[in-house]
Structures are given as C-alpha cells and as structure tokens.
Design a protein around this ligand. Structure first.
Ligand code: FAD
Length: 292
C-alpha cells in the first residue's frame, strides 16, 4: 500500500514548527525519524494533511547534565543516546534499554521524542521514563508544560499530548549513589519489540532495599508501575534469599491480555520469570555516583 497524498514542510526552526502545528491542529503531524510514522502512513493507519519535518529544529538535539538531572532533547537519536558518556554514567538503565531498541539502521534515525510520542506498549524508552520518574517537557505556541512520565502514557499508542503540542525534551533524575537498576526483556529475536519486559530501580542502604519502582512493558497496554512487586522488594536484602512471593505480586500488578500467538497467562508467566531474573541481577548492577 502507499500513503494517501499529503503536503510536506521542513520549517527552519522550533517557533515556525509550533506555529504550523497550532494553525493546522489535528491535520498536521510532526515527523521526527520517520521510523514508525512512515509505516503508519503507508498502511493508511494515519492520513494527515501536512507532515511537519522537525529536522530543522537543531536545538532539540542534545544531551546535557543539569544539576542532578540528565536532559535529552526530543530529536536526539537512539544511537546518540547509546553512545553518550553522560547516559552511560548517569542513566545506566537507559543505556542498557536502548541496546534493545530495534537495529542499528533504525537507531540511527529514530528519536527519543518519537519513541515517547508514539507510545508503543512494547517500547523500551517509555518504560524507562516511568521507572526513573522522568518528566516530559511539552511545548506549543501557547507555552511549555511538564508532564510526569507516569501520567503521560494513557494507553496503547495514546499519550497526554494535545493537538499542536510537541515533545521538546525529557528530564531524567540522574543515577544516585546507592541506586541499583535492572532491565530485562524477552523478544522473539534480538531487536524485535518485547513480548514482555521490565525496567526497575531500587534505592538501597547497605544491601537493603529502601524504595523501588518497577515497570512492565510489552505484556501490558502501556508502561505499568508494579506497586505490589515494589512493596515486596522493600526491606529485602540483596541478593534476594527468597523469590517465592514474586509470582503472586506480579499477578496482582498486571493482567496481560491475549494477543495473536500469545495467551495472557503465558505473558504473565514470562513477566514473572523476567522479574525473578532481573531482581537477582540487580545485585551486580553498577551503583550510582555522587553528582554533588
Ligand atoms: C523494524 C522496526 C523495529 C523497531 N523495533 C523497536 C523496538 O524494539 N523498540 C522500540 O522502542 N522501538 C522500535 N521501533 C521504533 C523506533 O524506535 C522508532 O524510532 C520510534 O518508535 C519512533 O521514533 P521516530 O523518531 O522514528 O518517530 P516518527 O516515526 O517520526 O514519529 C512517530 C510518532 O511520534 C510523533 N512524534 C515524533 N516526534 C515527536 C515529538 N517530538 N513530539 C510529538 N510527537 C512526535 C509523530 O508525529 C508520529 O506520530 C522499531 C521500528 C522499526 C521500523
């Protein structure tokens, strides 16, 4: 199939992009790396009147450390995130997760803003944003607002973005000393979207977990915080001596639905296995650093 006819424009900068998005409302769609959008156009799942190419907004391409936050501009590619020393040092969970995003060619063009806006339930970066308690900075010609990642993802391919709005950046709290992390996913082949995945961070005192955030993706409609699993982790010492409680906690937190080729009960079992593995590897995960 081929895409329906559309107009294309590549404005020179952010102000012009935002003004076009405002003027055309739902008829205009931003184009970042095109790795997901072009497929949806060709399959006629989306038929905008106007594609607004973000490529001219060079100022949305950066990774910076601002006090204890790492800020990544929306147009930063997955490949740039992967090779960034700031990310490797200060966001080890993201550095690990992005290795699982597709293949080199897609990572060279796909962007972090596109991944968050597209909100594929099996995507790695939205799950990391929720696990780390990141904030998404959204802009329009009326001004900027911030949305906690936890409230940003509304459902399958659905976000809190309103017509005319653009993701400008994402702000991640940098890895602190005594914070451990774990990332794990199962997919048919390396680089495929996850059937089930998990991203987690845990604050520790000596080796005892004092606080934790655990997020499932792939097997659920949107990145989902697992409160019972997190509660179960708190007070336990690494390495975990007992993992018998995990199955019941995962079942209380998520209810995977059947999908072509996969029963919901199988995905639940996979999520339980991943959780067990991830929590055991948490012991070895690098500890954070002092940013002060
Ligand atoms: C074969 C294949 C395998 C893949 N495997 C994976 C995988 O394993 N894991 C994974 O996470 N992803 C995977 N992807 C998707 C890839 O990560 C894309 O890069 C990502 O989903 C979209 O990024 P993009 O920059 O290409 O966005 P685009 O395709 O340009 O845009 C996607 C959507 O986001 C909107 N958008 C883009 N940027 C913004 C912005 N700044 N503000 C608001 N809206 C915006 C667009 O309007 C569009 O609706 C795969 C893609 C392919 C083709």
């Amino acid at each position: 199939m081929k895409a329906r006819n559309f107009n294309y424009v590549r404005p020179a900068g952010l102000a012009e992009i935002l003004s076009l998005l405002e003027r055309h409302g739902e008829g205009a769609v931003p184009l970042a790396g095109g790795q997901s959008l072009l497929a949806t156009l060709n399959m006629r799942l989306s038929s905008p009147e106007l594609l607004v190419d973000l490529g001219g907004a060079e100022d949305l391409k950066y990774i910076s450390l601002e006090r204890d936050e790492i800020v990544i501009g929306a147009l930063t590619t997955h490949a740039e995130v992967l090779s960034s020393p700031i990310v490797q040092k200060g966001l080890p969970l993201v550095a690990e997760a992005v290795r699982h995003v597709a293949h080199v060619a897609i990572r060279n063009r796909g962007t972090i803003g596109g991944s968050l806006a597209y909100a594929d339930p099996a995507a790695e970066l939205p799950a990391c944003a929720v696990a780390l308690g990141a904030t998404i900075v959204v802009g329009s010609s009326r001004g900027n607002r911030t949305v906690a990642a936890e409230s940003f993802f509304k459902g399958m391919f659905a976000t809190a973005l309103k017509p005319g709005e653009l993701i400008l950046s994402v702000r991640f709290p940098a890895q602190q000393r005594e914070r451990r992390w774990a990332f794990s996913e199962l997919s048919r082949r390396r680089g495929d979207f996850a059937i089930a995945g998990m991203a987690a961070v845990a604050d520790t005192k000596k080796a005892t977990i004092t606080d934790a955030r655990v997020v499932y993706f792939g097997c659920v409609e949107r990145p989902t915080l697992a409160r019972r699993v997190a509660e179960g982790m708190c007070g336990k010492t690494l390495p975990l001596a007992d993992s018998a409680w995990i199955g019941e906690a995962v079942q209380a937190d998520i209810t995977p639905l059947d999908s072509p080729g996969w029963r919901g009960s199988t995905k639940l079992q996979l999520a339980t296995v991943l959780t067990r593995r991830a929590l055991h590897t948490m012991q070895e995960s690098s500890l954070g650093i002092d940013w002060a």
